[in-house]
Design a protein around this ligand. Structure first.
Ligand SMILES: NC(=O)c1ccc[n+]([C@@H]2O[C@H](COP(=O)([O-])OP(=O)(O)OC[C@H]3O[C@@H](n4cnc5c(N)ncnc54)[C@H](OP(=O)(O)O)[C@@H]3O)[C@@H](O)[C@H]2O)c1
Length: 272
């Protein structure tokens, strides 16, 4: 049996991917399509999703459905559950997210709230809504895209880092609850990755060392699903996380504050 058909037997036939209009989520969709999975693609930018869906249908002969949704809105999870309908969903990739950088109090409240909803509320409630279906099948998987910033306090990214710490804790706790059920739970904790998120947060990608390609991040996550609870992709990122875990808290916080200030300054931004 091929690896792709083994994957599809366990996690197929349908996968839901949030944040599939660009970056890591788009690559999740592409790699999953190579595994023969039918896809439900979610994000706000309908045209991007439709283009990707058309391409994957044509190239792979799969069913690909688009559900446009603003995940910061209160009814977003219900909308997604309705979009899934009675499809036999085996894999949920809760990947959509965004970051806001700068002094905490300088970030507009509405943006902060939207970030909290997309990054934390949606993974919480979407998993709560869809897990009973996976349990009934006794097979499947859930992936949360967290961040290396979920591993430690990050001054000047305080709200974002907190949302990611939230999904790390939620995902790894669920990993424990789901042990032996046939449902695999993975928290993906990427470091800096070459996607639109870098410029959206006000950084210059050319100034960032060790940017990973989003396709490598998605591939590694799908390879490690069912094997580990938490994946930090890339050896450089793993080294960095190991060092952070060993450091005294106060020293780590001061170091991360200094790094973030330097990164903001290099990109022509002050912390405010
Ligand atoms: N790039 C990095 O360095 C890095 C590092 C660690 C973790 N991450 C995490 O990786 C995940 C994917 O980000 P990325 O790097 O691939 O960046 P990206 O290219 O900007 O992708 C973000 C995705 O999330 C979707 N999204 C954002 N806000 C949304 C909203 N309100 N409603 C629905 N969808 C929304 C975007 O779609 P629309 O704009 O079309 O809605 C897009 O598809 C995020 O959770 C991010 O926090 C990224």
């Amino acid at each position: 049996m091929s690896k792709a058909s083994e994957f599809k037997d366990k996690y197929g036939p349908w996968a839901l991917v949030t944040g599939a209009s660009s970056g890591i989520g788009e690559q999740f969709a592409r790699v999953l399509a190579r595994h023969g999975m039918n896809l439900l693609l979610v994000a706000r930018r309908a045209e991007r999703l439709e283009d990707l869906a058309r391409e994957l249908r044509r190239r792979r002969g799969l069913e690909v459905v688009v559900a446009t949704a603003d995940l910061s809105e209160a009814g977003a999870v219900d909308h997604l559950v309705a979009a899934v309908g009675d499809r036999d969903l085996g894999l949920v990739v809760s990947n959509a997210g965004f970051g806001l950088k700068g002094a905490f109090e300088a970030i507009e409240r509405a943006r902060l709230e939207a970030m909290f909803n997309v990054n934390a509320r949606v993974p919480l409630l979407l998993t709560h809504a869809l897990l009973p279906r996976l349990r009934a099948r006794a097979s499947g998987g859930i992936i949360f895209t967290g961040s290396i910033e979920g591993e430690a306090p990050f001054p000047y990214s305080a709200g974002y880092a907190a949302t990611k710490a939230f999904v790390h804790s939620l995902g790894m706790s669920l990993h424990g609850e789901l042990a032996g059920t046939g449902i695999d739970m993975l928290v993906l904790s990427p470091g800096a990755t070459d996607t639109e998120a870098i410029t959206l947060q006000g950084f210059k990608p050319e100034l960032m060392p060790n940017l990973m390609a989003p396709v490598d991040v998605a591939r590694q996550a799908l390879r490690q699903l069912g094997k580990v609870a938490l994946l930090v992709p890339g050896p450089e990122n793993r080294k960095y996380v190991k060092a952070m875990r060993r450091m005294p808290r106060e020293k780590l916080i001061a170091q991360n504050a200094e790094r973030m200030r330097a990164a903001l300054a290099a990109s022509g931004r002050g912390p405010r």
